[in-house]
Design a protein around this ligand. Structure first.
Ligand code: NAP
Length: 268
């Protein structure tokens, strides 16, 4: 029987998740399919229950449901509890289990590109859902200083307890740091001429990471490259978090060479 997996989110027109999962199914000869389910905010609970009862084996969760979905689940993994958000659900024995594979995807992307975190000063732009997984990973990896930049510092302080938070004006006064991470959607297709910060603020770092993968090179990364920074986009993170979901759903280990092949095969 063909097992069914899928992605829930509000707007999924841009998603390339299906291509990643279907590629893996083919490579590993797994009899399965992956579907996208666009769900409106008011219908989330009802549609989630429908999908659960329909015999689906697993779901990914994206914007804007990563936090809200935690309320519907029977159990949540340790890393997802610390982060306060999930992006992967396993349906097993009539129970639901939530995980956060963005955390591992981010880790894989940094490792792949030899970006060190231990003892480093890291600036994160945007206090949203993705920043939660990123910041938890940075803390767990013993970063020396983690600074979160938000347009609304009081709201950010409510959601990121114990984190150093500044606004974009204060960012101008932060001296040189090691890594700057864009966790905002600014610069994403179709608004590719936008950049979340000015050139001076990018140039004072050694490496720039953008969670965005469409376009392949955002204006933020173009400016970083021009100024000699190591620059990394979010595509490897996207593939890695998807494959880690598959590992959880199918109780398998996927070799890194397969992750690399799927990554290289993607057309953005
Ligand atoms: P989100 O929850 O909507 O949050 C993004 C944050 O960015 C907001 O909370 C806001 O923070 C800031 N922001 C939003 N619009 C802005 C604007 N016009 N100017 C400046 N700041 C703005 O989204 P998310 O889930 O965190 O995702 C953020 C980005 O990461 C998206 O582009 C998403 O596609 C990408 N992502 C990629 C991966 C991957 O695997 N590569 C995984 C997850 C997410 P403040 O209000 O605090 O300023």
């Amino acid at each position: 029987m063909t097992n069914l997996y899928g992605l829930i989110g509000e707007k999924l027109g841009h998603s390339i998740s299906k291509a990643i999962h279907v590629d893996l199914f083919k490579r590993l000869k797994i009899d399965a399919d992956y579907k996208l389910f666009e769900i409106e905010k008011l219908e989330l609970k009802a549609r989630f229950n429908e999908l659960k009862d329909s015999g689906l084996k697993g779901l990914n969760v994206t914007i804007p449901y990563k936090v809200e979905a935690t309320n519907f689940l029977d159990e949540i993994s340790e890393e997802a509890k610390k982060i306060g958000a999930i992006n992967t659900i396993c349906f097993r024995d009539n129970k639901t289990f939530g995980h956060n594979t963005d955390y591992f995807g981010f880790a894989k992307m940094l490792n792949k590109n030899s970006i060190e975190i231990k003892g480093k000063t890291i600036v994160i732009l945007g206090a949203g859902g993705a920043a939660k997984a990123v910041i938890q990973y940075l803390i767990d990896s013993n970063a020396k200083r983690v600074i979160l930049v938000s347009r609304d510092t009081s709201k950010a302080a409510e959601n990121f307890k114990g984190i150093e938070i500044i606004d974009y004006t204060q960012l101008e006064y932060i001296p040189a740091g090691d890594v700057i991470v864009n966790c905002t959607p600014v610069g994403m297709y179709p608004n590719t001429h936008n950049c979340p910060v000015n050139e001076n603020n990018i140039a004072k770092f050694n490496a720039a990471v953008d969670l965005i993968y469409n376009p392949y090179e955002t204006l933020f990364l173009k400016i970083a490259k021009k100024n000699g920074l190591k620059s990394v986009n979010g595509l490897y993170m996207l593939v890695s978090q998807a494959i880690y979901s598959e590992e959880l759903w199918n109780d398998i280990h996927v070799d890194e060479t397969i992750i690399d092949e799927i990554f290289n095969n993607l057309k953005i």
